[in-house]
Design a protein around this ligand. Sequence first.
Ligand SMILES: [Zn+2]
Length: 181
Amino acid sequence: MEYSKEILKTVKSESYVSPKVEKKYFGNKGYGLVAREFIKQGEIVSISGGLILTEEQHREIVELKGLGDYSYYIENGFLICPLNPEDPSDDWRMNHCCEPNCGVRGQIVFVAMKDIDIGEELTFDYAMTETNPEYSVDLHCTKETCRKKFTGNDWKNPSLQSKYKDHMSLYIQNKIKNNGK
Ligand SMILES: [Zn+2]
C-alpha cells in the first residue's frame, strides 16, 4: 500500500529541522541556520534527508554536473545529498565554524554540542562529515582558531579527532578506527 497523497502533503520536507531553528540569509556568506529559541546541549537540531546514492551514481548524477557541494559520505561507497542541490532543504544550510556549537550523532543526525542562545548561528565543523580529499574551501569564521582553509583531509587531524570525539560522524569514527579505510 502506498501513502495517500493527502498524508504526504502534510510532510513538508524529506528531512527534519527543529522548530527552534530557522533559516537566515546572511548576505555575502549566504544562508545559515539560527536559533529562534534557546536550545539545550544534546538536543536534536536537524536530521538530513535526501537521496542515498552509491559512489558511482553520485559521480554520474551529481558530481560531474558540479552539484556535489552539499553531499557527504554516510558509509564507504554511499553518499547522501539533497533532493534539490540548487535549492536544498533547510537541514542542508548549516555553515562551518572552527569552534562549532553542533555536531553529528550517528551519520545524519545533528545535535547541539553546547547550549545555544536565541539568535545564535548553528554551526558544525565540515571535518565531522567530509572525507572527499579533493574538496577544499576557504574559511572565514572569524574565530582565533580558524584554520583558514578546509580540506577533505581535515578529519585525519588528531587534534580535531580528540576535540570532537563522538561528534564526528559514525562513518568517520569507523574510518579512524580502521586506519583510514
Ligand atoms: Zn574557521
